[in-house]
Design a protein around this ligand. Structure first.
Ligand SMILES: N[C@@H](CCC(=O)N[C@@H](CS)C(=O)NCC(=O)O)C(=O)O
Length: 232
């Protein structure tokens, strides 16, 4: 157990979403690099924190928390910011889209990044094609949602769902390198606007400094040049 919040991260990995939330909440935190070049996320030490061997983990006074969505909900609930509180009438709507972001959008995106973790070599192209079709229909749905005026998504105040979605939009534009032609954010103007709002915030500037990202990390992302570690 730790009294401090300790984020196990790799540059431009899902940990960046937690970094944004910690910055938005103004919380002190430490970072521990997970060395992707050595697959440190699969080491015994790391699996003691997250048996699934995935980044991120946030060590907290309540123990180590993994799963991006779970960490975001824990932080938001604990600090009563960045989401509708449990008693809010908006909570159900917010929760269903948080879970959709995590178990559908993020999961499909993972299939395009790591097809080798899902299927044999001769099925990988087909998996990527199928997952991208699903991503396009998810983005169409999120575009409509962003236009519906919910305070917990693309609203006047930033939310954990905003942070989760803009990070995934960044990765769609960048990864896998040289295979992103399917994605053009201009096709989803409300999501484009969301990326511009989020990257104008101080939390995004802090992220760019810490993980070596150029300005406009969500609307016009460029590959990072991190001071330590590697994205893949
Ligand atoms: N469901 C997990 C997925 C996290 C995830 O995919 N993390 C990536 C980095 S962005 C990772 O650990 N990749 C290395 C691997 O899969 O071995 C979550 O939401 O936290």
């Amino acid at each position: 157990m730790t009294d401090t919040l300790r984020l196990h991260y790799a540059p431009d990995n899902a940990s960046l979403i937690i970094r944004l939330a910690l910055e938005e909440l103004g919380l002190p935190y430490e970072t521990v690099l997970v060395d992707r070049s050595k697959n440190a996320q699969r080491s015994d030490n790391y699996r003691a924190l997250n048996p699934a061997g995935k980044i991120p983990v946030l060590e907290t006074p309540d123990g180590a928390i993994f799963e991006t969505g779970a960490i975001l909900l824990w932080l938001g609930d604990r600090h009563q910011k960045l989401l509708p509180p449990p008693e809010s009438e908006q909570r159900g709507d917010f929760l269903k889209w948080m879970f959709y972001a995590s178990n559908t959008v993020h999961a499909n995106l993972r299939m395009t990044f790591y097809p080798e973790q899902y299927v044999a070599a001769d099925h990988r192209t087909a998996l990527r094609v199928g997952a991208r079709q699903n991503l396009i229909s998810s983005l169409d749905m999120l575009e409509r949602l962003a236009n519906e005026g919910h305070p917990w998504f693309a609203g006047p105040q930033v939310s954990v769902l905003d942070l989760y979605v803009v990070a995934m939009l960044r990765w769609m534009a960048l990864y896998p390198a040289n295979d992103t032609d399917w994605f053009d954010l201009k096709r989803w103007p409300h999501l484009l606007h969301l990326t511009e709002c989020c990257e104008a915030r101080e939390s995004a500037s802090a992220l760019c400094r810490a993980e070596g990202m150029a300005p406009k990390p969500f609307s016009k992302p460029a590959p990072p040049n991190p001071p330590e570690g590697s994205a893949i």
